[in-house]
Design a protein around this ligand. Sequence first.
Ligand code: F6P
Length: 359
Amino acid sequence: MNAAIRGVGKALQGYYGMQLIGFRQGFRGLMENRTMRLDGNALSGILTIGGTILGTSRDKPHRMTVGERVLDMTDVIVNNYEKQQLDALVCLGGNGTQKNALRLAEQGLNIITLPKTIDNDVAMTDVSFGFDTALGIATEGIDRLHSTAHSHHRIIVVEVMGHRVGWLALGAGIAGGADVTLIPEIPYDVEAVAGTIRKRVRQGKNFSIVAVAEGAMTKEQDRALGAVKLEKKNAEDKEAKKKAKVKLAALKTQYAGNTLRLARQLEQLTRLEARVTILGYVQRGGTPSAADRLLATRLGTAAADLIHQGEYGVMVAALGDGIGPVPLQEVAGKLKTVPLDHPWLESLRRVSPGRVGLG
Ligand code: F6P
């Protein structure tokens, strides 16, 4: 994020002679009008620092917790935008940010967004910044777990971030040579995973690494979730919708323990010892990779070009070798999942047949 902020700022100020201010903690800072000077000094020395000098939050303009209440603060945000006499607002973030940014664009604000998420699930861009760094960390995690796995003859179930999509788990599974890779897009069968591990044992391989996305689920869980989602969609009245919502939340809470559950089941089914490693927030921190710094700088400077040209209501996307604006309407509310015929999946199927998804 800092590399992107720096890219936007240096291009705007140094190249186009415009001014830049930052809002602290995302939409919350915009609502509270809490700003930060982003002059040359503030932008110096931040390229290699992970996170964001501005701070961030998961607040949504139209549903913000203010004291005890949850309120629609869109008008306050629009008002602050006007008070600050802004020409444009650049929003950096994942799918939530894209949706909220579109809402603000619909209120008449000049918005440009940048795709930032380690999940890589923002639609209409080949890649989002943050992904490459996280991929490197998750892969290194898997590399390091091999030592314990093969020395102790254990199964290591390693949970990789990705609550709705499997890009990170799939990428790290391939790059780290995981023996089984499980992603949300392909619901799995525990018995089939155990079967693959048992087959490896018969081949003399007494350890296995299972890379699992945090949102991966079994076929039964996927069916149950699908049924409740349908129930919610078809609910005829408020009461029925509320009931379905409660059921949905309960299922999600239950599935949150999937990685530990999977390890226990594999232990029982294979009689090998299993251990769990949850890579968690380690994947989201530290020094950003060169590829991420490069991408964030390219996207950030392209955002400055668009501001100079007065082109708004778009996300700056990475498209092939180039960079280009995509209308926010085509991005917001969409999720870029791993297509079942994606080349990464095909390639994984070639190097380890039957070891991906196992649906
Ligand atoms: O959106 C990226 C992500 O890293 C997901 O993979 C993960 O589920 C989520 O963020 C968790 O983030 P937090 O706990 O900060 O809300």
